[in-house]
Design a binder for this molecule. Structure first.
Ligand SMILES: *Cc1c(COP(=O)(O)O)cnc(C)c1O
Length: 413
């Protein structure tokens, strides 16, 4: 079957719950063991003292370790991404921070792609750095040779453990070349001190419908499930996907940090996944129409969207190789600066002035002063987060209503 068909019922059988068509919410903290021996066995496996036998299944223990709603959700997320395993979290940031804390120790080197989500940027450049992780930034325009030269310096000695990035990057829509990053990974991994470099990618912008990083050698994919996956602006959630051997250690740390998804959040997200395909396809179609409109506006200086000519040949070649669609996130710059951008944002009526993205309603915000306020000005300039830049997340409204709203807002600048 196709993935969208599996989203209705995979991992759940009505007979388990009084014939209920949909999984109930298992709003419980703990589960009754049939016997004391069974309880003992579950704990042996949960603490890694013993492996599961081929015919054995680990039962439910306690909702910080496992819960039917979390398990059903994780099985469906793994289907969507085409991964062996998946782990769900109470936020995108807890998915990302738990992954980084699983694999990075003081003295290790983290190479990270700029720009990244503001919260991720803060976690890397403040928390991880203070912890003693050596953090080395690069951008989609950086050549591998430049990174390799920097790694030779004393500042970045010590094992390289992770290359972390977003593609398309938020909010510039710049794409990272996965082939080049795989080359970088294998060059770094060939040094004896760096035996296990992981390629970790935030796939929030295009996944899981338009981009499959695991097919391109990425080891772990992470998401803010708050965005497209949930798609209704009413839940904060996150997840990671990858091979079982990469995800299991993340799940283990999740158990001890307590950053797992709650039963009700998991239930809501499972419900959202039923319409993921429909929503994302409609959002993508709408976005194409909005881009076409924006490209014709005299008040609009530039439009960043995968595949448009102004992104350049290199970016568009990567787009053709790696992506099945351009998504629904548009960044456009108006002539002038913050004053003009604010004027447009303040005049929008249908499109809501709010951060977040990927929801069924259209949202717009000003990255320079809002989501990316924490990024130093020189880096903002280098990567194109200018004062006239507006980020637009296109929803499932009628495309012509979205265009009319933009038309009236852009009229007076
Ligand atoms: C929103 C977002 C995050 C953080 O996720 P939360 O669910 O808000 O914790 C991480 N990465 C990207 C690309 C995002 O857009």
């Amino acid at each position: 079957m196709h993935k969208e068909s599996h989203m209705m019922s995979y991992g759940y059988t009505p007979e388990w719950s009084e014939g209920s068509v949909k999984p109930p919410i298992f709003q419980t903290s703990t589960f009754v063991f049939k016997t004391a021996e069974e309880g003992k066995r579950f704990f042996e496996v949960a603490y890694g003292k013993s492996e599961l036998n081929a015919k054995e299944e680990i039962g439910l223990i306690y909702s910080r370790l496992n819960n039917p709603n979390m398990q059903i959700l994780e099985e469906r997320l793994a289907i969507l991404e085409g991964s062996e395993s998946s782990a769900a979290f109470e936020s995108g940031m807890s998915a990302i921070s738990t992954t980084m804390l699983t694999y990075l120790k003081p003295g290790d080197v983290l190479i990270y792609g700029n720009p990244v989500y503001g919260g991720t940027h803060h976690f890397i450049t403040h928390f991880l750095k203070d912890l003693g992780v050596k953090v080395l930034p690069f951008s989609s325009a950086t050549k591998n040779e430049e990174i390799l030269i920097k790694l030779k310096s004393k500042e970045f000695s010590g094992p390289v453990k992770m290359i972390y990035f977003e593609s398309p990057a938020n909010p510039t829509n710049s794409l990272f070349d996965l082939e080049e990053l795989n080359n970088l990974k294998s060059i770094i991994s060939s040094e004896p001190k760096n035996d296990d470099v992981m390629l970790v990618m935030d796939n929030t912008y295009l996944g899981p419908i338009w981009q499959k990083p695991l097919d391109f050698g990425v080891d772990v994919v992470c998401y803010s499930a708050t965005k497209f996956l949930n798609g209704h602006s009413d839940v904060i959630a996150g997840c990671v996907m990858g091979k079982e051997e990469a995800i299991t250690p993340i799940k283990t740390l999740r158990t001890f940090l307590g950053s797992m998804i709650a039963p009700y959040t998991a239930w809501l997200l499972t419900r959202s996944l039923e319409t993921l395909h429909l929503r994302m396809c409609k959002q993508g179609e709408n976005a194409e129409k909005v881009v076409e409109f924006l490209l014709k506006q005299k008040t609009v200086k530039s439009v960043s969207f995968p595949g448009v000519a102004s992104m350049g040949k290199i970016q568009n070649d990567i787009f053709k190789r790696q992506c099945k669609g351009a998504g629904a996130m548009i960044s456009f710059e108006v002539y002038g600066g913050e004053k003009e951008a604010f004027k447009v944002l303040n005049k929008l009526k249908l499109i809501k002035l709010a951060v977040s993205l990927g929801s069924n309603e259209s949202l717009a915000q000003h990255p320079h002063s809002m989501t990316h306020a924490d990024v130093p000005d020189d880096i903002k300039e280098e990567i194109g987060i200018n004062k006239g830049l507006i980020r637009l997340s296109v929803g499932i409204e009628n495309a012509y209503d979205i265009i009319d709203d933009l038309k009236q807002a852009l009229k007076d600048i």
